[in-house]
Design a protein around this ligand. Structure first.
Ligand SMILES: C[S@@+](CC[C@H](N)C(=O)[O-])C[C@H]1O[C@@H](n2cnc3c(N)ncnc32)[C@H](O)[C@@H]1O
Length: 313
């Protein structure tokens, strides 16, 4: 389904544009095309000499009708790929020394959540897939069927901060010995039955689904790789803008920007002394959250946090 019935409303759009400080002749990389909400607004700010290169790990995103519409614009290029390939994608475009802005709008898009067959939703039952890139890697069902109980519990605790991780892991192992785990509805029911208490306003499967998604897509690892590569690519004065949607992501972004702002002096006691890492970023402003009006109009914006940093010479 190429977004025919579900589209994505860009989060913190104006704030992202301001963070990127898009110059009319800028060369901007959008690492999370989604349904092109941010991409379209960036293109609107570029002159004939500006360029936008976007990519996404999800094949549905890059073959969506929104992608087809934007591809009519000769200033725009779109690729299939992940954050881990950021440098490769940019260099293949011949942009190695040109990048003036990098945008990462993390997580999943509304069509990914809304289309049951992608397997991200515990509300609409579908096949237990959860891969952003359906062209590779194990599905959630394959992992849940084969992973040892201890690994299941560790993933739920580490990536979902789920306090009933061990109970849920046990329940999954018991259930999978009786019948195959095939749908998101099956998994949601097992979790609902396994947890003794509920968090107010939260479905009991929320944390586990997030944890499994992060694990299956290696989201945190790829985020770290993308952040590092973006700093290598940005020209002095270029901007990095990242929008995160949960605390694990935001912690990585915050620490990364802080460390790149400080740089590092090698420990005096070490011999041979490694060369010092100079500061490469300057943080711009504080973390930005959506306004109450934006959250009212788009509840999926509620947990967003935007951070901006500038590449220094
Ligand atoms: C929140 S949506 C982006 C929405 C987009 N900014 C818009 O306005 O339509 C996040 C997108 O990032 C993609 N994505 C997530 N992790 C990725 C990764 N590691 N590499 C590339 N794309 C990724 C997802 O497939 C999804 O389409």
């Amino acid at each position: 389904m190429n977004g025919a019935f579900s589209t994505h409303r860009p989060v913190l759009l104006q704030e992202a544009l301001e963070g990127l400080a898009v110059a009319p002749e800028g060369y901007i990389v959008d690492c999370t095309f989604g349904r092109g909400g941010h991409a379209k607004a960036i293109l609107d700010q570029l002159s004939d000499r500006g360029r936008l290169l976007a990519f996404d790990k999800d094949l549905d995103a890059i073959t969506s009708q929104e992608a087809a519409a934007l591809l009519r614009d000769s200033r725009f290029a779109l690729r299939h790929g992940s954050f881990a390939q950021l440098k490769e994608i940019v260099e293949a475009q011949g942009w190695a020394d040109r990048v003036s802005g990098v945008l990462m709008d993390l997580g999943v898009s509304s069509p990914q959540l809304d289309e049951a067959e992608r397997g991200f939703s515990f509300i609409r039952s579908g096949p237990l897939d959860m891969r952003l890139d359906t062209s590779r890697g194990p599905t959630a069902a394959e992992w849940l069927t084969t992973a040892p109980e201890s690994e299941l519990a560790q993933v739920l605790r580490m990536f979902g901060e789920e306090r009933f991780a061990r109970r849920i892991a046990r329940a999954i192992v018991v259930e999978r010995s009786r019948r195959p785990l095939l749908t998101t509805g099956d998994l949601a029911r097992i979790i609902e039955e396994a947890v003794p208490t509920r968090e107010k306003g939260k479905h009991p499967a929320t944390r586990s689904f997030l944890a499994i998604r992060i694990f299956i897509n290696r989201e945190l690892d790829e985020l770290e790789q993308g952040l590092r590569q973006s700093v290598d690519l940005l020209r002095p004065g270029g901007r990095l803008v990242v929008i995160s949607f949960h605390s694990l992501e935001d912690r990585i972004v915050k620490r990364f920007m802080r460390n790149e702002e400080r740089g590092s002096e090698p420990a005096a006691a070490r011999w041979p002394r490694p060369s010092p890492c100079p500061a490469r970023l300057r943080r711009i402003g504080r973390a930005i959250m959506p306004s109450p009006q934006e959250i009212a109009a788009n509840p999926r914006a509620r947990s967003a946090v935007l951070r901006v940093a500038e590449r220094i010479a």
